[in-house]
Design a protein around this ligand. Structure first.
Ligand SMILES: CC(C)(COP(=O)(O)OP(=O)(O)OC[C@H]1O[C@@H](n2cnc3c(N)ncnc32)[C@H](O)[C@@H]1OP(=O)(O)O)[C@@H](O)C(=O)NCCC(=O)NCCS
Length: 190
């Protein structure tokens, strides 16, 4: 049994850094949601349906967490801790005068519209601000990703700009709306 390096709990969810024990559930999540996520996500490698890919992903996520460069969390229902129904990740963590990360997230198609991603992101952001001492979290979405834009606005993210040909998604370079949330408690980098 491999314990997660970090686990956060909310009213309905458990958020865990990836482990070998959850790799199979993460693969199942991505296989059953492949068609749903494809229009919104960077391309997945051909091996994403194999258990080995997700075991390797879990090992690399652990390394990145320990190095302080990334915090990835797999989302499970509180009453079904062995199932994965979503994920969030704070990547490209920079410290010093920037103290910034970039946020990405996705939820099971069958679990949309219940406020679960909001609940997961609120807990993740609180952790990144209070414990990881970030000052700023950036999150960017394609203009037609209305659900994602609404979710970020509810969390307090503010639109900062518009980036053309920003990310390669669904076979093309896609424009993105740039948003960010800052941490008013951080007076200076620590
Ligand atoms: C973007 C995405 C995470 C949004 O998921 P979501 O379930 O709509 O987000 P939330 O958790 O904020 O849920 C909000 C919805 O739950 C409803 N809801 C129900 N119960 C709720 C509760 N207790 N609390 C809050 N909202 C609740 C809200 O009314 C809202 O529904 P609506 O949008 O139909 O009005 C999801 O669509 C997704 O994974 N998309 C594919 C991947 C993706 O686009 N990722 C982001 C790339 S930038």
């Amino acid at each position: 049994m491999e314990a997660p390096l970090l686990q956060l709990r909310t009213a309905r969810l458990i958020l865990s850094t990836p482990t070998q024990d959850l790799a199979s559930a993460a693969r199942d999540f991505h296989v059953r949601n492949h068609a749903f996520l494809a229009p919104w996500s960077p391309p997945t490698p051909a091996s994403f349906e194999t258990l080995g890919f997700w075991q390797d992903y879990a090992a690399k996520s652990r390394e990145a967490f320990s190095a302080g460069s990334m915090v990835r969390l797999w989302v499970s229902p509180a009453e079904l801790p062995d199932k994965v129904i979503g994920s969030l990740g704070f990547s490209q963590i920079f410290r010093g005068p920037f103290c910034n990360a970039i946020l990405g997230y996705q939820i099971d198609e069958a679990e949309q519209g219940k406020g679960l991603m909001f609940e997961a992101l609120a807990a993740g952001i609180e952790y990144m601000f209070d414990r990881q001492k970030l000052h700023r979290i950036g999150a960017n979405y394609m203009p037609h990703n209305v659900r994602s834009g609404r979710l970020l606005a509810r969390l307090g993210f503010r639109i900062e700009g518009y980036a053309r040909d920003y990310l390669f998604i669904d076979g093309a370079w896609r424009d993105h709306v740039l948003t960010a949330l800052t941490n008013p408690q951080m007076q200076r980098p620590v």
